[in-house]
Design a protein around this ligand. Structure first.
Ligand SMILES: Nc1ncnc2c1ncn2[C@@H]1O[C@H](COP(=O)(O)OP(=O)(O)OP(=O)(O)O)[C@@H](O)[C@H]1O
Length: 322
């Protein structure tokens, strides 16, 4: 569905310290420093996947999304959206794609959302009946209700995000690019948006690429993550795989049916971090010690009544990478 092959984008770089004369000289001589925003990034996202695209500030996330959406031309490399290039088959790709930039609305600020939908429907060539049918479905899903008649500037951020999602979905695209859709939202609005995104993926089969700085978004929504750092792809896989690769400790808390008997000498593949008469908490690195292996050793210390496994928090994992 979404394919990036050795995608690269460089920009001409000027630094804030450059004087006008230096900038003029570089212009006349045709010599510029270049900033590699995205370098040799390759990945494939299949139909129905929900993938998180994450990285620190300035890592190249938005530049990648803009190239995938056909807004920016790559310096080199290739993009395929549903098998076509967004640059050579613009119309085809635009129909397949819905884009939401959390920081910038595509709705007209002073108009009620429904007027913006009329304009967008005309731009996409959607006929009136079809538009009304789609809006009815979206209205129910996104609880648009009275939002439709309210000028966009009067909507709360959470309401505006729902209205923006409807705009991106009006032409029923198969693929959604969402750039920071929960930015600035309070906890309840974030939860609403996450539930909607889950439903769009799960119930409506939309393929979603999500960029966010909110690690809860990623943890709750994306079975797969792509991590970009300094313009290069640093990881492509599951959140669990990322945790394992970084090797932060997994905590295992075991409650025993009676008093726990820890042998005087034991060659453990884990460390004890806390103990009481009938509980022991150990930490181990899942990369080297599978949880089951640790449990097999722990069951020799007493009858196990309960086990609680706590994985490192995703925020922690990400902080570790960057
Ligand atoms: N039009 C441009 N001209 C010059 N440099 C640019 C341009 N757009 C982006 N860059 C640079 O490319 C790099 C990647 O920027 P990009 O906006 O893709 O990062 P990002 O990961 O989306 O960051 P953020 O998390 O802040 O949104 C940055 O160093 C940025 O300054």
């Amino acid at each position: 569905m979404i394919e990036a092959k050795l995608l690269t984008k460089s920009f001409r770089a000027t630094s804030p310290g450059d004087s006008r004369w230096q900038r003029f000289k570089s212009f006349v001589r045709g010599r510029h420093r270049t900033k590699m925003a995205v370098q040799d990034v390759s990945f494939f996202v299949g139909k129905g996947e929900f993938v998180g695209y994450i990285g620190p500030i300035g890592a190249g996330k938005s530049t990648t999304i803009k190239m995938l959406a056909g807004i920016l031309h790559p310096t080199s490399g290739e993009v395929r959206i549903a098998g076509r290039s967004p640059h050579h088959s613009r119309r085809h790709v635009v129909r397949k794609l819905g884009v939401v930039f959390g920081q910038r609305s595509q709705l007209w600020w002073d108009l009620p959302a429904k007027d913006s939908y009329d304009i967008l429907a005309a731009m996409y060539g959607i006929e009136r009946r079809q538009k009304e049918r789609t809006l009815e479905q979206l209205g129910e899903l996104l609880q648009l209700g009275e939002l439709l008649d309210t000028p966009v500037r009067k909507l709360s951020l959470g309401q505006r995000m729902r209205a923006d999602l409807a705009a991106a979905m009006l032409h029923d695209p198969d693929i959604l690019f969402l750039d920071e859709p929960t930015i600035g939202l309070d906890v309840i609005a974030k939860k609403t948006i996450r539930t909607l995104l889950k439903s769009l993926n799960h119930d409506f089969g939309k393929t979603i690429l999500l960029t966010t700085h909110d690690m809860d978004d990623i943890e709750q929504l994306c079975p797969r993550v792509l991590v970009i750092n300094h313009g290069r792809l640093a990881y492509d896989g599951s959140i669990d795989g990322l945790r394992e690769r970084i090797g932060l400790p997994t905590m295992i808390k075991v409650s025993f049916t009676g008093t726990v008997h820890i042998p005087r000498e034991w060659s453990g593949s884990f460390q004890i971090v806390e103990r009481s008469a009938n509980t022991v908490t150990v930490q181990c690195n899942r990369r080297t010690v599978p949880v089951m292996q640790a449990l097999r050793q722990l069951e020799q210390w007493g009858g196990i009544a309960d086990v609680h496994v706590e994985e490192p928090v995703f925020e922690e994992v990400i902080r570790h990478i960057f």
